[in-house]
Design a protein around this ligand. Sequence first.
Ligand SMILES: Nc1ccn([C@@H]2O[C@H](COP(=O)(O)O)[C@@H](O)[C@H]2O)c(=O)n1
Length: 289
Amino acid sequence: MIPELSNPSVCMRDPQRVEEILQSMVKAGSNTVQVIADFDMTLTRFAFKGKRCPTCHNILDNSNLISNECREELKVLLDTYYPIEIDSARSIAEKLPLMVEWWTKAHKILVQQKIRKDLLATAVRDSDAMLREGYQLLFDHLQEHSIPLLIFSAGIGDILEEVIRQAGVFHSNVKVFSNYMDFDESGLLKAFKGELIHIYNKREGALLNTGHFQELRTRPNVLLLGDSLGDLTMADGVQDMENILKIGFLNDKVEERKKSYLDSYDIVLVQDETLEVPNAIMLHLTGNK
Ligand SMILES: Nc1ccn([C@@H]2O[C@H](COP(=O)(O)O)[C@@H](O)[C@H]2O)c(=O)n1
C-alpha cells in the first residue's frame, strides 16, 4: 500500500497488522493523528559518512564551552554507560539505575562548568548535529496539516530547540518535553530544571503532562518514532488511544537487538539515516500520495 515499506531497511514482524493500523488511521482522518517522537538518533542522524553524529549532550561534550578536563570526564562516562544502554543482554530493571547514574553525573559535571546561555547557539552551529534526511518535509507537512509533533527527549531541551530552530523547523505545532537548563541572572548554568528525564522514565514524563495530553484527547491515533525500547512508553499518557503505529530506528548493535525491536516496534528501520518511511506514512495519512 505504501511502496517505501518495501525499502531494504524496512523490517516488520506482522505487515498485515501494519496495514490494518494504517487503514484504520486513514479512515479516522489526519485530524485525529498526533506524532510523538524521540529526538537523539531518531529525528537526528546516528552517523554521517561513517562518523557518529552527536547527541544533545555530545554537542556540549565536544564544544569549547567546557574545559578539557571536563571533556575527558564526560568521555569516560560515555564510554562506560553507552555500552550498557545498548546492551541487549541486560534487562531494563538492571539498566535503569545505571542510566540515572550516568545522567546525574554528567549533569553535575556540566553545572560545574557554568556554561553560558548566550553561547549555546554557537555550540550547536559549530557541531556535527544533523537532522535526518527528509526532516524538512516531516516538520513542514505536519505544520501545514496542523498535526501536533510532541518530542520527548532525555537529551537537553535548550540544545534540542536550538537544533530545530537553526534548521528552520521549530514550528508552532512542535512541543518539547526534555531536560531544561536553569541559568542564573548573569546567564550561567546553575542547575537542570525539574525531574530528570532519562531514557526509561518517559512514561512518567508523559503522564505528568496530563494537561497537555488532555488537549490531545481528540487525537487518539498516534505515530510513535523512537530508537530505544524505553521510547515505547512515550505515548502512555495519551487517553482513549485508538491506534498506535510504532516505528523504531535500529541504529547500532543490529544483530543482537533486531529480535527485541521486531517484537516491540511495528516497523523497524535498520541503519536507515532517512525519514523516507515516516514521511511516506505521513503523506499517506494526509492523503497526499
Ligand atoms: N551524558 C549523556 C547522557 C545521555 N546521552 C545520550 O542521549 C540520548 C538521550 O536522548 P533521547 O533524545 O534519545 O531521549 C541517549 O540515547 C544517550 O545515549 C549522552 O549522549 N550523554
